[in-house]
Design a protein. Structure first.
Length: 188
């Protein structure tokens, strides 16, 4: 039976970076709700870097066909049922429920990434060029509403996103009782 590790947390917490480091440590495939939604937006002629667009597209996909959304995200990786997988960007309780159904009998481990507000605002400003007042508007969108109020309650493990990503990833792997694979050695 496999393990699926799903990451959630607010915008700018460091979910994507930490989830990628965990995938690298364990050498597990990784999928991303955000990457899938950006692709759907681009395929439909919308700006895949505009968070307002992504929030609108993501919410529409959840409302229209949550099972189809989860299926399409899982198809991003060469993942088979009962295999191990990293899932980045869990934002809705109904998506979590559909994910549980789709991955069964694999076990879901839910990681919630926290970060203090000053660090989060600084990251979003540096990485996305988004000012705090715009970030506040994004945070008020329905797609973000469940993250701190509902999804955090489902967490198995919480990690501080202010930690260096490699350290946060190693801490998570240890706390989840998983063994990282030894580094790959380049062939001579």
């Amino acid at each position: 039976m496999g393990v699926v590790i799903a990451f959630s947390g607010p915008i700018g917490a460091g979910k994507s970076t930490i989830s990628q480091k965990v995938a690298d440590l364990l050498r597990w495939p990784r999928v991303s709700f955000g990457e899938y939604i950006a692709k759907v937006a681009a395929d439909n002629g919308q700006n895949p870097r505009d968070r307002t667009v992504l929030q609108r597209v993501g919410q529409a996909l959840v409302l229209a066909d949550v099972d189809g959304l989860v299926d399409n995200v899982l198809k991003q990786a060469d993942w088979r049922k009962e295999g191990n997988l990293i899932v980045d960007g869990l934002r809705h309780a109904e998506v979590r429920h559909a994910l549980l159904q789709k991955i069964a009998p694999s076990r879901l481990k839910h990681v919630y990434v926290t970060v203090d507000e000053d660090t989060r605002q600084q990251r979003v400003l540096e990485e996305d060029k988004v000012e705090p007042r715009i970030l506040m508007r994004y945070d008020q969108d329905i797609t973000e509403a469940q993250i701190p109020r509902i999804l955090r309650e489902y967490k198995d493990v919480e990690v501080n996103g202010k930690l260096p990503p490699q350290i946060a990833a190693r801490e998570l792997v240890t706390r989840l009782g998983l063994d990282p694979l030894p580094p790959l050695v380049a062939a001579e």
